[in-house]
Write a protein that binds this ligand. Structure first.
Ligand code: PEP
Ligand code: MN
Length: 341
């Protein structure tokens, strides 16, 4: 449940609420906004059955929660979360563009992609050094040397990087090089990995599981938040479907829904979401129109020869038009009188 305190309530009144909750064996998480304080109550709420929190002095409202996540719920905060990555902010007013190859393949290719990303207006670079591949015989990524290449390119072009950690054994290594840690679709419910990534204190890009419900996804975010790391960004990347016409089925209806349910920023990855280069520009535009806080795009200097996800990578010279369309739609949307969520 959430206990919403009255504007101007005294510290004494606030402490009385916290003490009552803690005395019942539960814990609290406090969110102080400009207009009000919200106390999220964490633990077995049954134990508060006989505590009339709504009649405590200073309490405006007690909101029951019928959802299995709390800290990720919109009600737990008084505004939207903005996640700072390097000098860039994800969420809030601006549209975030992340671009780069599926995998780091060599320093030369990565640098060519990084320069094109910067020149086209991207804010962050991407590239996997640890690649989750369906077949063990496919390119698995360069590991630590890939991370080093990524870091060098990031310094060269001045953009922060996001890259995937697949395994608790590699989380600290990835955290040493990355500005943001990606949790991939296959690991969305790898709870020890979520907690280990959270403990690095780095911002986390949490992709939606390929067959995960929105509730399961927000519960996965809850693991990170509950481990004390509030810097979570969600990323929709398509769901498995019965229709093999596209690689994945990009669920854009989840964008306004997640914005209603949660205060966390949400990005969309139309590259994995379609699996086809020719479909990426349209779905990137649609994602922004649906209210995404940003898009993540795969691109490659020579897509036909990419070692992974060749069919969905944009050519470097296609990137600029996709980004400028996305920015134009975002600007238009900001003038709209109709709220996104
Ligand atoms: C990726 O971003 O390269 C990736 C593997 O994504 P996903 O986990 O969404 O498949
Ligand atoms: Mn990929």
């Amino acid at each position: 449940m959430f206990v919403v305190l009255r504007k101007g309530c005294t510290p004494e009144e606030r402490n009385n609420v916290v003490r009552a909750v803690e005395a019942a064996g539960l814990s609290v998480h406090m969110s102080e906004g400009h207009h009000r304080i919200v106390i999220s109550v964490l633990g077995d709420e049954d134990r508060l059955r006989d505590v009339a929190l709504d009649s405590f002095a200073g309490v405006e409202n007690v909101l029951p929660l019928r959802r299995p996540y709390r800290l990720a719920a919109r009600e737990s905060r008084s505004g939207d979360t903005v996640v700072r990555v390097g000098n860039h902010s994800i969420g809030g007013g601006q549209l975030t563009i992340i671009a780069g190859p599926c995998a780091v393949e060599s320093e030369d290719l990565m640098l060519a992609a990084a320069k094109a990303a910067r020149d086209a207006g991207a804010h962050m670079l991407r590239g996997g050094a640890f690649k989750p591949r369906t077949s063990p015989y496919n390119f698995q990524g360069l590991g630590e040397s890939g991370l080093l290449m990524l870091r060098n390119c990031s310094q060269e072009v001045g953009l922060p990087i996001v890259t995937e950690a697949m395994d608790t054994r590699h989380v600290d290594l990835v955290a040493r090089f990355a500005d943001m840690i990606q949790i991939g679709t296959r690991n969305m419910q790898n709870f020890p990995l979520l907690e280990a990534a959270a403990e690095t204190g780095k911002p986390i890009l949490l992709k939606r599981g390929r067959a995960a419900t929105v509730t399961e996804w927000l519960c996965a975010a809850e693991y990170i938040l509950n481990a004390g790391n509030g810097r979570v960004v969600l990323c929709e990347r398509g769901l498995v479907s019965y229709d093999s016409a596209v690689r994945n089925h990009l669920d854009l209806s989840c964008v306004p829904l997640v914005r209603q349910l949660s205060h966390l920023p949400i990005l969309v990855d139309p590259s994995h979401g379609t699996g086809r280069r020719s479909l990426v520009p349209a779905m990137a535009r649609a994602a922004v129109a649906a209210g995404a806080h940003g898009i993540m795009l795969e691109m490659h200097p020579n897509p036909e020869h990419a070692l992974s996800d060749a069919g969905q990578a944009l050519h470097l010279d296609e990137l600029e038009a996709v980004i400028s369309d996305a920015q134009a739609i975002h600007t238009l949307l900001q003038k709209s009188q109709v709220p996104v969520s």
